[in-house]
Design a protein around this ligand. Structure first.
Ligand code: CO
Length: 184
């Protein structure tokens, strides 16, 4: 959706009147106050119906200071086991994947000071770093994101861990969440 089309939609009727045509209470569909999407997250209503691009939650990535200690914590508290461990030099991280059904908890720790995860730990501390959404085709999903006017970190799909193909969507414009599109 182009900005011009969004403006056209916005000027053709208020958000409230659009919600009323859908028979939904305006306060449910269009939250105001701190829960409202900021203007930079706004991508417009889009076409009538889009194909569903997300097939599963691939992983939830958690930045940790000490990978072995974090693995032990998940084992002792939840009985979770490591199914794969890998250094990803390109991203400056070592990751451990804990299996949860068909998804993973991805524990991430930096292996270099200039790793984005090192900067994340310095400024935000340990915690959720990004969410990986599984898609059938990374290039198709990335193009859909770009078409919606959402900024991306990766211009093109690239190799991820485990032989996956991935692309990151910028949290600015994605409701504050760093999103990874993962083609397994
Ligand atoms: Co990831």
């Amino acid at each position: 959706m182009s900005a011009a089309r969004w403006d056209a939609v916005a000027s053709s009727g208020s958000v409230q009147s659009m919600n009323q045509t859908q028979g939904q209470p305006a306060d449910v569909v269009a939250p105001s106050g701190p829960l409202a999407p900021s203007p930079k997250d706004r991508v417009g209503p889009g076409p009538e119906r889009l194909p569903a691009l997300l097939t599963e939650i691939d992983h939830v990535a958690i930045a940790v200071e000490d990978l072995d200690a974090a693995i032990d914590w998940y084992r002792q508290v939840f009985g979770a086991e490591v199914v794969a461990r890998e250094r990803v030099d390109r991203d400056g991280v070592e990751e451990a994947l804990l299996g949860v059904a068909d998804s993973f908890i991805q524990l991430l720790t930096p292996i270099r000071e200039d790793s984005p995860v090192a900067k994340f730990l310095q400024t935000r501390g340990q915690g959720i770093h990004h969410v990986g959404y599984r898609v059938a085709d990374c290039a198709t999903a990335l193009e859909a994101v770009k078409r919606a006017g959402v900024p991306t970190i990766d211009a093109q799909p690239r190799p991820g861990s485990r032989g996956t193909t991935v692309a990151f969507v910028h949290p600015k414009g994605a409701l504050g969440t760093l999103i990874e599109l993962v083609e397994a």
